[in-house]
Write a protein that binds this ligand. Structure first.
Ligand SMILES: Nc1ncnc2c1ncn2[C@@H]1O[C@H](COP(=O)(O)OP(=O)(O)O)[C@@H](O)[C@H]1O
Ligand SMILES: [Mg+2]
Length: 291
């Protein structure tokens, strides 16, 4: 992998929490099957994942391996075919009802802001929807979050179309954190940002994690953010989490996907180019795809 000397060296990823820290997300024997009969398509099979308070988990895997669907399970938006998904001690399915935003913040992959709302209205949206606070207090709370993510107060009245990519991500992060959720989910948060924007966003996430005591689960393809942020890496392959552990341990795990992924640009490009339905084939014969 090439080293860009113009980029600042990262400080270390945060220290992992104690091994007996409370469990925030517990996924047991999860299977996810879409469709039925001849059209049945299995995305997850006997998948297990445990996330403890204070962890920053990078979820990695080839395109179409079910990373986004896994986040949707944790949000309670997708129902397990079999198995259980428990979030903060309760079934994730209970989250999709009122109050979800107070427990889990989500920054979606194509996390577009509401284009008809200004920055402050976007950030305060979930609080406004809840309808328990007068508008002036919602605005105050949104203003606090705006400044927390490093944006100046004068940005508050701008419309999304007038923001840079990095600012949009910051506003989306402030929006995800408006209800002070203990758990934050991010789907490829640095995708589409240039290297500087990506570094800045990682530093911001690290600050938020420390300041707010967050637990974070992040889907990423970006090795720089993975190494800058992760206390834990979980690898999705063969429809399950094949290994979950500290980055140093995971990179040494002997599996074709892990070799490809951590080999640098070439491995990453190869991974992105292979269609999901050839996943098993590719894992079985990685050399054939290399040449
Ligand atoms: N609601 C759905 N119905 C049917 N298939 C789906 C649905 N959601 C996702 N899939 C399929 O599940 C697989 C995993 O999707 P996804 O989690 O988005 O992959 P990725 O790991 O790239 O985020 C893909 O093949 C996708 O087409
Ligand atoms: Mg995805």
């Amino acid at each position: 992998m090439e080293t860009d000397v113009s980029r600042p060296a990262f400080t270390q990823a945060p220290a992992p929490p104690p091994k007996d820290a409370p469990v925030v997300v517990d996924i047991r024997n999860l299977s996810t099957v879409f469709g039925s009969g001849a059209d049945a398509f299995t995305v997850h099979k006997d998948l297990n994942l445990t996330v403890r308070r204070g962890e920053i988990v990078s979820l990695v895997g080839g395109s179409g391996t079910g990373k986004t669907v896994l986040l949707r399970h944790i949000l309670g938006l997708t129902t397990p075919t079999t198995g259980t998904v428990t979030v903060l001690g309760r079934p994730a399915s209970e989250l999709s009802t009122a109050g979800a935003a107070a427990r889990v913040g989500m920054l979606f992959q194509h996390g577009a802001l509401f284009s008809a709302f200004n920055v402050l209205e976007n950030i305060g949206f979930a609080l406004q929807e809840q309808g328990t606070l007068p508008p002036a207090l919602v605005r105050d709370a949104a203003m606090v979050k705006l400044q927390m993510v490093g944006l100046k107060p004068e940005v508050a009245t701008r419309m999304p179309a007038d923001l840079s990519g990095g600012m949009i991500k910051r506003v989306a992060l402030a929006r995800a954190l408006i209800m002070d959720p203990p758990l934050l989910l991010l789907d490829e948060p640095t995708a589409g940002l240039d290297p500087n924007g990506s570094d800045e966003f990682c530093e911001l996430l690290k600050e938020m994690h420390a300041a707010l005591g967050l637990t974070v689960i992040m889907v990423t393809h970006d090795l720089d953010s993975l190494f800058a942020l992760s206390t834990t890496v979980a690898v999705l392959a063969e429809k399950r989490v094949i290994i979950e552990g500290p980055p140093s341990e995971v990179v040494r795990f002997d599996h074709p996907f892990i070799h490809h992924f951590f080999l640098g640009e070439r491995g990453r490009r190869a991974m992105a180019a292979v269609p999901a339905e050839h996943e098993e084939e590719r894992v079985a014969v990685p050399a054939a795809k290399e040449s």
